[in-house]
Design a protein around this ligand. Sequence first.
Ligand SMILES: [Mn+2]
Length: 350
Amino acid sequence: MKFIHIADVHLGVKPDQGKPWSEQRARQIWDSFADVIGVAKREKPEFLFVTGDLFHAQPLKKEVREVSRLFGEIPDTQVLLIAGNHDYLREKSYYLADLWPDNVTVFKKEEAEAVDFPEYNTTVYGLSYWHREIRDRRYDDLRPVNRSRCNILLAHGGDERHIAFSAERILQNGFDYIAAGHIHRSGWLMPHKAVMAGSLEPTDCNDTGPHGYWMGTFGAAGADVYFYPLRHCEYCHEMYQADRNTTDRMLWDWAKELLEQRPEYQYFRLYIKGKKDPEYSFDVQEIGKLDRIVDITDQTVPDYDYEKLLEEHADSILGEYIRSMRKKEPGVCTAKALEYGVNALLGYDC
Ligand SMILES: [Mn+2]
């Protein structure tokens, strides 16, 4: 039995709002989803598991129609859907309207239910959110009814406000496989036995690292499942280590070089760290306007020459302050207090 597993597609999200490429990113979210349908057409898996937050918010009728049309293109694949904390069910949700083709099953209750597929010797368990938060551990004590089946749990959650669970415990209770969603970073929870799909596409510039779908087979020896990255967009956080000699131009060249050298699907959140000349303030506005730069933050601290300051301000409150701080026990806190105090007394922002 072959399957594809995706989660947290967040259809409808507009990442990087206010940036010129925001619309393009919104389209890429749909493109990636269509890519997965394309893979399913080619690979013809028996199952496609969508484990929560397919939509970024309550889906519009036209969005459900669009998704429904795509699922209709893979009639031989059973699509199993659970709603997550972003697209949680409510009375009038279009999730519950009869818009889906025959190969789609939506789990409609907030209590776990089982859907049996005797032809594949597989039973799939799942529940859908009816609330923004579910704090009780609804998966940990579930037990599959028929142990001779391949028992798969579709789960959405993994933090304290969204059904925390122990993969180990669920597997001990008799499940053969957990297809999970909610946490946007993808990875094994247990090799070949439990997978956090990660978001299909990054939806926010803090979703760093690769994103994509999982595909695998299920046989007598259990699952054999692998991650397949999609490369529409990848967010990277990069840091520049500044010192007293760093200038605006150096930062500009660094950013330009980064953009030239790295693949076009990478977008950047930049940080400047380290120390800077106290009389120099970086102007990074222009860098922030470059294509594929999400933002840039100056986190440098002024590099004071305390000896010189002491000499120049020996008789003032500043000199007195430096002298008194130097009598204190040395350490990170004292150093920070010294720096913040000097900043304030000199009138710099800190
Ligand atoms: Mn979620």
